[in-house]
Design a protein around this ligand. Structure first.
Ligand code: 5GP
Length: 185
């Protein structure tokens, strides 16, 4: 049987990467890996669904036990991909999707060279700022920090196998499907 593929999707905060992968997975096979983080849950986020919300001590304990495929610090919090089930799913022929920041994505590529890295770009920095502000999730300070991180992240997009600009969600989902179909054949 054909093995599943590991797709790693990155892009600045607010670019729409969760929506794009979520829309793709509504109509196509594959599973989204649930990450662990030490950041506090936002309104409506559920433990074990959006993230595994851990304390710093718990997260560091997982690191010691070698339970992460990759992890990174982003905006003063830990984020990591639990190893469990990823290889099991790939062996079963199921595609696995990670939506993670750039340092983690590069760690994955170094460990698993067959993984496919896809970077989602905003149409412009102005548009990204507008989207982050419209989400109304963050304070001014956090927003400015996210925009600074975004500029640094975009510089690393040259390390990705594919770069897609998210102008319109439906079009970006189509582009994502084309990339995936192409990689699977
Ligand atoms: P947020 O706090 O907005 O949910 O996520 C902040 C950033 O962390 C996003 O770029 C998100 O993709 C990234 N992220 C989420 N989970 C992981 C993970 O498991 N590993 C890494 N390296 N980054 C992650």
């Amino acid at each position: 049987m054909k093995k599943g593929k590991l797709f790693v999707v990155s892009g600045p905060s607010g670019v729409g990467k969760d929506t794009i992968v979520g829309e793709y997975l509504k109509n196509n096979k594959g599973i989204l890996s649930i990450s662990a983080t030490t950041r506090k849950p936002r309104d409506g986020e559920k433990d074990g669904k959006d993230y595994y919300f851990l304390t710093k001590e718990e997260f560091e304990d997982w690191i010691k036990k070698d339970d992460f495929l990759e992890y990174a610090v982003y905006n003063d919090n830990y984020y990591g991909t639990p190893k469990s089930k990823i290889f099991e799913n790939l062996e079963k022929g199921i595609d696995v999707f990670l939506i993670i920041e750039v340092n983690g994505a590069i760690q994955i590529k170094n460990k698993i060279s067959e993984s496919i890295l896809i970077f989602v770009l905003p149409p412009s920095m102005e548009e990204l700022e507008k989207r982050i502000k419209n989400r109304n999730l963050d304070s001014e300070e956090v927003i400015n920090n996210r925009l600074k991180i975004a500029r640094d992240e975009i510089k690393l997009s040259s390390k990705y196998d594919y770069v897609v600009t998210n102008n319109k969600i439906e079009d970006t989902v189509k582009k994502l499907k084309m990339i995936i179909d192409n990689e699977k054949n």
